[in-house]
Design a protein around this ligand. Structure first.
Ligand code: NA7
Length: 536
């Protein structure tokens, strides 16, 4: 049995995914702090603990979707596929937890219900749902940015006579589609991964699409020995390249414009990129994310691919994205997504023509038809970036609530701290470039910066750090400026803007100035004595 507490630690970390595990390792093993990680789930893995839906795998390639801080770890782990499947990522994180003896400081099945800062004591008190109390000088949220499931409030869901699931809260066993009529709502990265896998098993799959999406083939496959050997030989250079890249992927980012080449050459370049597959498709020209006309050449290439793959012209037309430009919403990559609509057992429902009106006992009702279903899969995404933080009910100095401070949209300094919340660090929060980056690269940077910052305080006998209001103002402007220099804010239905959650303030949340540039800014801030922060 665990006592109700308060239990005292130097630092509390909330969440045991990629972020929490590495942060624990650094604070405990490098700085010698007493640390407790509180994790709501029954196991470690964070995002990858919950996302077990059919087809769930990472869109970053396995050899660089991993930690780089330990050469030994890198050498002893073997990935089996070009893109790691969810189970394999979980096994990797379990291995990390064992290898660095992290489990003894992680408390599972512990959901944080609230966290409050006491100014007089300079201490955070963390309360769990079961009523335990923890106290610590530092509070670090490692709760993920795509972890608060968004189940749309469609009237009648409770009346549905079949089973329903959200992809980000997938049961660990017992879900089967054989002989079933399945309805899938949502065609973001998740819906696009799940569609072909569900279609292969279900009696019938109906895909409910609100916004047609671009997707590029992933070209997944086994990691062959020659490729593994190449990765091992070039490991240091690849990690270096990933760190120096704008988005943490070790790609070659071409410096040419889409208009530096002839239309024929451009077509050939896109064809090669399409055949090679993956997120690097958009790295073939420097201006795809910067210039509308350049982007339109990529968008149109993909639209033509959709028309050439999908046999039924009406379905092809409905699947063709016209509301936004390629990659202005997070670009999915897929394995046979568009091909799946050529199967006899798959139907596309275009919600732009007839929106969902209600869920009824027998299935989904749109304004012009009722679709009888046994199972509904919500691939409807997340209350991204702010959702997981606001769920913690965080209260800072003078009892101010983060919810109130962020009522008009999130404000932070470097995505790492919020004025009014001393000694609270937010990993991969709004204002950080994490969601536009190969995530482990951003996470390692955040964790190392936070550990260095705490070390700096302790070496100087300081006990408190808090972002200044003007620094957060400045960073908010930087986030806006960086986004405006790209085409990203143009996609009005994007979760980057909070547009997928009704009532959420429309603010472009991630820092789009590039991971390498961001790293440089953070390093300078630290080198100049934590400029923009008040230290006590
Ligand atoms: P996304 O990318 O937010 O996609 C959610 C999808 O669900 C998207 O097609 C939405 O349409 C659709 N959606 C959301 N609410 C509704 C309602 N009420 N009715 C119909 N359709 C709806 O989430 P994912 O899980 O696919 O991906 C999240 C991230 O995880 C991904 O970007 C990667 O970073 C990993 P919309 O486009 O809003 O019209």
């Amino acid at each position: 049995t665990v006592e109700a507490g308060p239990h005292h630690y130097d630092a509390i970390i909330v969440g045991a995914g990629f972020s929490g595990l590495y942060q624990l390792h650094l604070l405990r093993d490098r700085l010698g702090l007493s640390v407790r990680v509180l994790e709501a789930a029954e196991g470690i893995g964070g995002t990858w603990y919950w996302n077990r839906y059919p087809g769930a795998r990472c869109d970053s390639e396995s050899y660089y979707y991993s930690y780089s801080f330990s050469r030994e770890l890198e050498e002893e782990w073997d990935w089996t596929e070009r893109y790691p499947e969810h189970g394999e990522i979980r096994r990797y994180l379990d291995h990390v937890a064992d290898r660095f003896s992290l489990r003894c400081d992680i408390q599972l099945n512990t959901r944080v219900a609230g966290a409050a800062y006491d100014g007089a004591e300079n201490r955070w008190t963390v309360t769990t749902e079961s009523g335990e109390l923890f106290e610590a000088q530092f509070l670090i949220t490692a709760v993920g940015c795509l972890s608060s499931a968004n189940v749309p409030a469609i009237p009648g869901l409770e009346s549905f006579s079949g089973a329903w699931y959200h992809t980000g809260r997938w049961p660990h066993e017992g879900v089967g589609f054989s002989g079933k009529r399945v309805g899938l709502i949502g065609t973001g990265s998740t819906g696009i991964q799940a569609t072909p896998v569900i279609a292969a098993e279900a009696a019938h799959l109906t895909v409910f699409q609100r916004t047609a999406n671009y997707s590029v083939p992933a070209r997944n496959g086994p990691m062959d020995d020659a490729f593994k050997a190449w990765v091992r030989e070039n490991s240091s250079a690849l990690r270096e390249k990933a760190r120096a890249a704008p988005n943490g992927h070790p790609f070659d980012f071409h410096d040419r414009s889409a208009f530096d080449v002839s239309p024929q050459e451009r077509q050939a370049i896109y064809e090669t990129a399409w055949e090679r597959g993956g997120l690097r498709f958009r790295a073939v020209f420097r201006d795809i994310m910067l210039d509308k006309e350049a982007n339109e050449t990529a968008s149109e290439f993909i639209r033509a691919k959709i028309r050439s793959i999908v046999e039924d012209p009406e379905t092809a037309e409905a699947l063709t994205p016209r509301d936004h430009l390629f990659a202005t919403k997070r670009p999915p990559i897929d394995t046979n997504y568009f091909e799946t609509f050529n199967r006899d057992n798959v139907t596309l429902v275009d919600l732009k023509k007839a929106p969902i009106e209600a869920i009824v006992p027998e299935g989904v009702r749109t304004t012009d038809a009722t679709y009888p279903l046994d199972v509904i899969v919500f691939a409807t995404g997340f209350d991204a970036l702010t959702g997981p933080l606001l769920n913690l009910d965080i209260r800072g100095r003078d009892d101010i609530r983060l919810k109130e401070v962020w009522a008009a949209g999130p404000k932070s300094y470097l995505g790492l701290q919020v004025p009014g919340f001393p000694n609270l660090f937010t990993m991969t929060g709004p204002g950080s470039p994490s969601v536009l980056t190969n995530m482990p690269v951003a996470i390692e940077q955040h964790a190392e910066w936070i550990a260095d910052c705490i070390a700096h305080l302790r070496e100087r006998g300081l006990d408190r750090i808090e972002a200044k209001a003007e620094a957060a103002e400045f960073w908010g402007e930087e986030v806006d400026r960086a986004a405006s220099a790209t085409l990203l804010p143009m996609a009005s239905s994007s979760w980057y803007l909070g547009a997928n959650v009704p009532g959420k303030p429309r603010v472009f949340m991630p820092y789009a100035g590039g991971m390498a540039h961001y790293r440089g800014i953070c390093e300078r801030v630290a080198a100049e004595g934590y400029q923009g922060f008040a230290l006590r």
